[in-house]
Structure formats: structure tokens, C-alpha cells
Design a protein around this ligand. Sequence first.
Ligand code: CA
Ligand code: CA
Ligand code: CA
Length: 352
Amino acid sequence: MTFFRRSSALTARRQRDGTLIPDDNAAVRPAVGVVIFALTLLSAAIGSCVFDDSRLAARSCSAQACADGSVCCQGYCIATSQCPDASLADLAPADLAPDIAPTGDRDKDGVKDDQDNCPDTKNPTQGDFDGDQVGDACDCAPSDKAFSKTVYDVGIYTSTDSFAAIDGANWRIFANLLEQQQVNGLQRASLSGVSDSEALWIEFSVRLLSVGDDGLSFDNSSANSPMAGAVLRTAQLGAERGVGYYCGIDYANLRLLLAKTRGNDLAQQSMTLFAEPFAPPGRPLKQSVLLETNYWITMSVSGSQISCRVRLPNQSHIEMSVTDTDLSVGGAALYTAGAVAQFGPVKVCVPK
Ligand SMILES: [Ca+2]
Ligand SMILES: [Ca+2]
Ligand SMILES: [Ca+2]
């Protein structure tokens, strides 16, 4: 505006005698001024690149991302080298971020992020055994399509903080394993970081060191069943309440055992065994359960379905699955009953 005021002041010239005469070019000068002003603006926009914070804040380059080496200036993507005023210090990180996220390859495995079934894990073959669109390389449960997200994964124990003893205090770390030292009775330790999940999947290794008396009766049978394994749905489990599902290997009876407690069952030292039709309770192992041998146990609950699986030393698997309507939200624990046992790596997964 100052420019136009100066033009108007020059619409007359003063002669030597002091009289004023009209300026013939007076009508032309404002038009010249407009042109010069427009050129100045264009120069500012493209050449010297004067930053306008308000326009940057409005993200006026939002229609397209400015390529590497350029910045959004006055609504244009301008080469940073042509924009000396564009000090990085003037820009917020959001100003420099492209408005459209480029499709990159973060893990550099040759598969673009938006097509990579493990975008942060190098897996060029994209193997996905269970077909849940989460690659084996980053799938918490690569053989179970209902679970893929890791919530707990400990390979080497350094602290018992993650485990809270429910019954007894005989849990300790020994040779980087979690060990329960009490031979008789039922002992449980819950995973304090895992609770109140609707669907849970747990896998771990277990090794029986010695056996004694579990002190439990199953379906009014007092047959001793020294065992160790996992129990799910422990969030509400107390001395006389809650529902728990136990999956373990039964040393004396050579079987995979899936059992349930509810209400005050534990106070009565009793458990109910699940049985498959036309079969005795539990699933026979058809081989001895050996002390000091690692067994891998997997247990999951989802909806009303409970699954209990063990991998034997010869790498074969046996499994029991049942449907039970008492399933509710809860957590996970490890347990021993009539056995001293060591538990190895523990992994807990939930759905996506
Ligand atoms: Ca990739
Ligand atoms: Ca990948
Ligand atoms: Ca998968």
C-alpha cells in the first residue's frame, strides 16, 4: 500500500518558478506500480521464498507431497537450495513430513511396507503357514490363525517380577528357568502382565524334576496324578471362586490332561477331567513321561473352545480340544501338582 501512496504523490511536477504543472504520465504510473508489485510478489513466492508461517500451518502443499530436497513454501514445492530462508529450525517436523506417506521398505527385504506381511521383520519369502496374513516371521502363533499378537515373550528368566505366586512361595529362578520346588500339593504362579484377555494362547517348555503327591482327586477318584502345565482363566481364581482350565502332562498316568476347577473345587482338592467321547479322561501319550526331559505345551482359549497340546520329545504332537460354556475373561498361570518342575521360555499371544 505504501507503494501506491508514493505514486499518487508524483502526479504533478514543480517548475523552476515554483508553479506546478500536470504530469502527463500520472495516469500511467499506478499501472506500472501494480506490475512491479506483482513481479515482486512472484519473486518472493518463487525466488527468495519468504516463509509465511500461516500458510505453512495450513499445510498448503497438502495436494501433493514435496519430493526429497524440496520444501513447501508459499504453497509451492520449492527446491531447498532455492529457498535460502527455509532454515530447518523454522520448520516443525510436521511441516517436513510428506503429506502422503511414501511406500517404503523399512526392513529392506524387497517387499514394500504396504504389501509386507511383516513390515518390520526381514522375510523376503513372506511365508504365512496359518494364512492369517501375518507372516511366520512376526506371528506370535504361526500355526494358529486365531492368534498373532505377542503380549509376553520371555526366553531367559532374570527376575520373578513377572510371576506372582498364587499358591505357595516356592517359585524361584534357577539356571535361567522358573522352577517350582515344592513337590506335593498344587502350586501356581500367574503371569502378572497377562490378565483379563478374552482369548489367550500360551506356549512354554516344562521339565519334571521329581514327583510326589498332587493331593487332588479327579472326579472322585484319588488316583495320584503328578503333573505340570498351564492354567488359563485365573483372573478371578481364588480359594473358593472363579473358573480355571488346567492343561498338563500327567506323569503317573501317561496322558495329556485337561481339567477344570470352579467355585470351591480347589478348597475341596478336586478337579474335573474333560474326556473325549468313547475315550478315558485325558489323551494317552503311549510312551513314558521321562523326568529331566523337555516337553512343549501349548494351551489356548477362544470363545468357548479350549485346546491343550503337547509336543513329545520325538516331535510328534497330541492334542485335546473341548467346548465349555463357563469360559470367561481371565489370565494365565503356570502350575505344578505333585511335582517339582522347571519352566522354560514362555510366550503368550492374543488375536490381532
Ligand atoms: Ca519390507
Ligand atoms: Ca518383511
Ligand atoms: Ca500367520
